[in-house]
Ligand binder design. Structure first.
Ligand SMILES: Nc1ncnc2c1ncn2[C@@H]1O[C@H](COP(=O)(O)OP(=O)(O)OP(=O)(O)O)[C@@H](O)[C@H]1O
Length: 240
């Protein structure tokens, strides 16, 4: 459902990510881990077609996102790193705008809008400008936008960043509920989130993949996930 084949992105002499390879099958919930600046957001932008790769191919449900982005986007919900754009819009007008852009119509459009407003608990702020909303609500608007068209695949860039513990628990519950039937790649810095939600971990450091496997396998020395994260990422330090 999500496929990276030899994906690289270069900015002049700087390598944001290099030779990223993985395949994520239907129903998998995969954590994408790495230190700040490792290249997670860049890889996610390549997978979603927001950036074009310097090398390699990104596919969503078999669609090459550099050549066939519209077909791939119909199957894909993407929560970008900094939440939704368009701060002057209200959640309602933003969702309506995305529903129209995605070709949802009539009763189906109304049904989907009500559903995501409900799932993401947005009714109390639905007519407030997004610029006036708290970080948690903005994140929920972004999540609602990502879920609107019932995509099979979700790519979520730090869905719990900046949220309070109650909001984090809510996002987790939402993802656990929808994760039963969707394929999800999510980046996070919260390692407890990985054990709570994910079956597999892909880790990058300094733009390169350093681990792809089970959550249990990541902590192969039994020292805990924090120690495993440090050990696996330190080995790459300064290699860019
Ligand atoms: N347009 C750009 N031009 C030059 N360098 C860039 C550009 N975009 C990103 N980078 C660099 O690429 C590297 C990877 O950035 P990226 O945002 O993908 O990291 P990340 O793993 O998502 O980090 P974080 O956890 O802090 O969000 C960083 O060093 C960043 O400064």
């Amino acid at each position: 459902m999500i496929e990276a084949s030899g994906l690289s992105k270069f900015y002049g002499a700087f390598t944001a990510c290099r030779d990223i390879n993985f395949k994520i099958r239907r129903g998998e919930v995969v954590a994408f881990l790495g230190p700040n600046g490792a290249g997670k957001s860049t890889t996610m932008k390549l997978l979603t077609g927001y950036l074009s790769p310097s090398e390699g191919v990104a596919k969503i449900c078999g669609h090459d996102m550099a050549k066939d982005r519209i077909a791939g986007s119909m199957k894909l919900g993407y929560l970008p790193e900094n939440g939704p754009l368009y701060p002057d819009m209200t959640p309602h007008s933003l969702l309506e705008f995305f529903a129209d852009a995605r070709g949802l119509m009539g009763d189906y459009k109304q049904k989907r809008m009500s559903h995501v407003i409900d799932v993401c608990v947005l009714s109390s702020v639905i007519h407030k400008p997004i610029s006036k909303l708290s970080k948690g609500f903005r994140q929920r608007v972004g999540m609602a936008q990502a879920l609107l068209h019932e995509p099979d695949v979700l790519i979520l860039d730090e869905p719990t960043a900046g949220l309070d513990p109650n909001q984090i628990a809510e996002v987790r519950r939402t993802l656990q509920a929808i994760g039963q039937e969707k394929t999800i790649l999510l980046s996070t810095h919260i390692l407890q989130e990985v054990t709570a939600m994910c079956s597999r971990v892909i880790m990058i450091s300094e733009g390169r993949m350093v681990y792809d496997g089970s959550v249990e396998g990541l902590d192969d020395t039994g020292d805990g996930l924090d120690a495993a994260f440090q050990r696996r990422t330190k080995a790459m330090a300064g290699s860019r």
